[in-house]
Design a protein around this ligand. Structure first.
Ligand SMILES: Cc1ncc(COP(=O)(O)O)c(C=O)c1O
Length: 493
């Protein structure tokens, strides 16, 4: 449907060669749109003159069709408002219930889809993903976001929109924004990079999708942390790669185990700053071992640095990319944790010699990133709001984490073991009894407690069960009632 000056125009396919007269074709087009619920009661109809021009016909058939639609009660005339879809149509028609003329679809017959889509569980199978609230992972402190500052920047950029900003833009993203990010990464994350290596993407998820397409062939082996971030695992599975499940211990991914399992793997996916989900920080010696393996075998290291800004015990740990002297690391960052996830904005830092390959693939995937919010974030960063926001959030998240850990200590000490380092926005906890974390999470979801079970993060046999408790969006005063509810659920098992 198209919008014209005086209202929405339904898709009316005019066929001059058809035996059906033009006025009947117009009448049928409107009637079908009303019956399907695509035109709503009270909605304005274009004038006969506008419609005739749009359809490239004379006004007579349009006048004729409108007269009939009025006479049958589909249209009504309103003084001062022109012609509108009738407000007194029977509900059954306006809700788009199938009629004999039936334009509703049916799903009969074979409907083949790619076999690999069945690799991934349906969302309904995970009730703990349904709602927002205490412990939901991936939530930031939305109510603490400086919305006023943000809205002013958005308004500023709305006013600055011009014809140039409407064209196809750079596939890598706005140059000014990439310069800002490069500066930030060099300073705050010790990366070696400049803006020519930075590709703006729709969040880490797209970063991984593009990276897999550029670097990996179906059948290639990829080291995955075990347990690992399931959406990363799915990207490599969808690319047809064979996943090599490498155990994670207190120092992060065990490089020695990886080499034993598959020395010649093409790539390793790691979350070294704050392993997801177990929360450990990769030790310096493991970092060097991993880079040495990549260097010796010509493999790639994909570093997902999703929440490294939030470290509460010491300064943020420098990135793997910053230690790498052989340009083996593809670094992935996101604004989902430091700003908010609906932005869908992140970036890849690409080894300089691979930039052209990434651009060619990017062109096919989605041509390039939407640009508007890149300008907003660049100003947010350059005018100091970003640094201020991070400082505030570090204090807040530390407070929320401390409250959660101490509440677990008081209420659930014997039932849960707290894992991981003092970082990020999620707290992994292991159950000390052998009970099903999934079942508890399902029961929790029925009471609006969003516990992410730990065991599904293992692609192989889960050696631990427990939960990943998101505390970023869980206010201090929500923590005790939520922990008590969890205790109640555990005592019932
Ligand atoms: C390990 C990991 N990487 C990345 C992300 C962020 O993904 P995105 O940037 O696609 O929102 C998350 C979010 O929870 C995560 O857990």
């Amino acid at each position: 449907m198209r919008r014209v000056a005086s209202g929405i125009l339904p898709m009316i396919a005019i066929d001059r060669k058809a035996p059906k007269p033009l006025h009947r074709q117009i009448y049928d087009g409107f009637r079908a749109a009303i019956v399907d619920g695509n035109l709503h009661p009270g909605q304005r109809i274009p004038s006969t003159r506008v419609l005739a021009v749009e359809l490239g016909v004379s006004r007579f058939p349009v006048l004729n069709a409108y007269a009939q639609l009025l006479a049958e009660g589909y249209f009504e005339s309103r003084v001062g408002a022109g012609t509108v879809i009738s407000t007194s149509l029977p509900d059954q028609i306006t809700r788009g219930v199938p009629t004999a003329a039936g334009s509703k679809v049916s799903y009969i017959g074979p409907r083949p889809v790619a076999r690999r889509t069945s690799l991934f569980p349906r969302l309904e199978a995970k009730p703990w993903l349904r709602g927002p609230g205490a412990f939901r992972v991936g939530q930031v402190a939305f109510d603490q976001f400086p919305l006023k500052v943000w809205s002013n920047l958005v308004a500023r950029h709305c006013r600055q929109m011009d014809a140039v900003s409407m064209r196809y833009r750079n596939q890598m993203g706005s140059e000014a924004f990439r310069q800002t990010i490069a500066r930030y990464l060099r300073t705050a994350r010790s990366l070696h990079c400049d803006e020519s290596q930075i590709m703006i993407v729709n969040g880490s998820q797209q970063a991984l999708e593009i990276t897999a397409r550029v670097l990996l062939n179906p059948g290639d082996r990829v080291w995955m942390e075990e347990p690992s971030y399931n959406l990363a695992r799915s990207v490599f599975a969808l690319a047809g790669c064979r996943l090599v499940l490498v155990p994670v211990d207190d120092e992060g991914l065990s490089v020695e185990a990886g080499i034993k399992l598959s020395r010649k793997a093409r790539a390793a996916f790691v979350t070294p700053s704050h392993q997801f989900p177990l929360g450990v920080t990769m030790s310096a010696s493991r970092r060097f071992q991993l880079l040495e393996w990549a260097h010796n075998t010509g493999s790639w290291v994909i570093e997902d640095d999703y929440d490294s800004e939030y470290r509460f015990e010491s300064l943020p740990i420098a990135s793997l990319q910053g230690l790498d002297t052989n340009a083996r690391v593809i670094y992935v960052g996101t604004f989902s944790k430091v700003l908010f996830p609906s932005l869908r904005l992140g970036y890849i830092v690409i080894p300089a010699d691979l930039v052209d390959r990434f651009i060619s693939v990017r062109q096919i995937v989605d041509i390039g990133p939407p640009e508007f919010f890149q300008h907003v974030i660049a100003d947010f960063m350059n005018e100091g709001h970003f640094a201020r926001h991070l400082r505030r959030m570090r204090v807040l998240y530390r407070e929320q984490r401390t409250a959660l850990v101490s509440c677990i200590g008081e209420e659930l000490e014997s039932a849960l073991e707290v894992l991981g380092s003092e970082a990020g926005m999620h707290l992994p906890v292991a159950l000390t009894r052998r009970i099903s974390d999934r079942e508890i999470a399902e029961r929790g979801a029925r009471q609006n407690l969003w516990l992410w079970p730990l065991s599904p993060y293992y692609a192989g046999k889960a050696s631990r069960s427990g939960f990943v408790l998101g505390f970023g969006g869980t206010r201090v005063e929500e923590i005790q009632p939520a922990v008590r509810l969890l205790r109640k659920l555990l005592t019932l098992m």
